[in-house]
Ligand binder design. Sequence first.
Ligand code: BGC
Length: 777
Amino acid sequence: MKQIIFLSFIAIFPSTIFFQDANTAKAKELVSKMTLDEKVNLVVGLGMKMPGMTPSSGALVGQTMDKVAGAAGTTFAIDHLGLPTTVVADGPAGLRIEPKRANDNNTYYATAFPVGTLLASTWDTKLIEEVGRAMGNEVKEYGVDVLLGPGMNIHRNPLGGRNFEYYSEDPLIAGKVAAAMVNGIESNGVGTSIKHFAVNNQERNRNSVNANVSERALREIYLKGFQIAIKESNPWTVMSSYNKLNGTYTSEEHDLLTTILRKEWGFKGLVMTDWFGGKDAVAQMKAGNDLLMPGTPTQAKAILEAINNGTLDKKILDENAERIVSYILGTQSFKKYAFSNKPDLKAHAAVARAAAAEGMILLRNEGKALPLANVKNIAAFGNTSYDFISGGTGSGDVNEEYTISLVQGLSNAGYLVDEEIKTLYSNHLTDYKTKHPKKEFFQEFMNPTPTAPELNVDDNLFSKKAAEADIALITIGRNAGEGADRKVENDFNLSEAEQALIKKVADAFHAKNKKVVVVMNVGGVIETASWRDKVDAILLSWQPGLEAGNAVADVLSGKVNASGKLATTFPVKYEDEPSAKNFPGKEFPEKAEPGMFGMKQIPAEVTYEEGIYVGYRYYNTFNVKPAYEFGYGLSYTDFKYGNLSLSSKTFDKDITATITITNTGKVAGKEVVELYITAAKGKLDKPSEELKGFAKTGLLQPGASETLTFTIDANALASFDTGATAWIADAGNYTVKIGASSANIKQAADFSLAKPIVTEQCNKVLAPPVPINELKK
Ligand code: BGC
């Protein structure tokens, strides 16, 4: 009996908790042996070195910044206590380090895995864990201790410049996917840093913007995913964000980093700032932001002064230092792991390719244009067909050895790509790149050179190629990243040149009874409603990592059946977005102050008036029809949803929902199955549906079935009641809806809850400083 209890205890608590607890005692002892200077040096990173950047910070102490070239930072070593320097490096889509080193003929390329938005579109947490395992292996084998990811902020607005790094508009998906990623990466004995905690939903004024968010929207939308990730994966570290939340920098907010993260959620690891984030080092210490990255001498001085003049309690500094030491004791650097610098890049490329194909979404497939049948010659238009984008820019960009372009992938799969068009595009791209060389590292990092404008193809070529080729393919490409949000014109919306290209290709090929397929090589949402009817098929390939073209060819050819679904809504037009009128907020240029690297920092404010109505929670509740709804995606086969059965009609501790999915089509395929709940009508305003579970079937052969079981617990019924400062499941009738998307509900069944349940009593913290005129039903 004893043994059984012990086993189930292990099953519930991840093993990292045990090592954390053992390390805590040891860390306390080591910190007690440190001098004040050592403690201060420990809580401040070692500075940063980037080519072309002359930060005011410079190196603080020591010269360990080159330990792994291109890593984002290092921590202070204390030799006499046996504490080595440790290394942290970006970023969510793979390990970001310098691929080449001075006086060294070896290369240090890493695998560019598909971006976060694509991974979430797989809805397959097992697969994501596998990606994490491969990614974490590269972290370990290149001598890095912590990967600065996954990024898991909510897609609040389609223009968010870093949305590609993030997962979804829905916190359940964001949380589950992040947890799978953390578990995969950390299974290698290296750490992660889930980021950016919290409410970092825009790049504009990212270091100065204050986001005003109601307590309910904060808990239900912006914190929920982090809460799930902490509970289900217990990451080594959390990275606080750049922005202010309800008036205070998140890295200086005790209620966020200590009351909620540590006390309510039980987080045991360390919190680090985002790079140069926040303003007041002493406030950061007090808030529980243990490590200031990458660290500046000014911060160290401020902390030392505060200790000396009594405004910072020594106990607080000790606690912060203890959490850092506790982390160091778990690292591979501490264990002196003999890393190889030779991860199996070939094997990881295969993982990246398989994951990429799983997350691509078939948005449209009229007349069964796909998979390609009786197609040999392909006329490929659009710059990015030849210069495919593997991932976004900024710290989330991986230095991979190659990216397979779309046309390369098609050739590899045995198709013939039209050479005349290829030459035209290749010359255009080479010409553009020669005239617009990349800037030096830091300038390019903060402000990437725009990609080439669409080639103006001679009109005669369209009809010529429509006669020669079997099918036309057009790639629409978009890139974005750190430092800037996207724009509506020529980015969210297609440019005139792109619209013209689609129309001319479609007219010419349809006149010859030939099909036109669009591949969307984008990191975020774009407008589709104005042009989608002109083409036969649309494949949303996202930014699929280094094996891009091969993975797209796998899906186009039907070697892999499309099975991705949208984890983010595609609205008809930008103005439909509930956050559009509050993005990116108001600026106060007259109050500008000096910011990082000599740049001006403009105070700004954004108020989340859409409240909890983010993404499909808004579109469904307010009956605004999107172009493609959350959860949507087609397949080359069809699925039948059997009857939904609930374990009970009345809720006690939980209810299980069971449904059988059958492949009724002609080819094998996988189906993503989504469970939504319509909550009982209580005193709070509720979205008409909320995602409370999801699953993906295995590969079902034609005629084969799989029975899926979902468990609905009380948490799935609860909303955050601001008045009670608690999560409460109201008494009343609930409807379970099983859908192929948020708008395509296949089965529904009701159950009732007799008495309200308080699932979680919280602390009254983080109230917005101003009244918010929140959207209501
Ligand atoms: C980004 C973080 C990143 C860090 C280190 C910051 O600019 O916001 O996401 O991890 O740099 O490179």
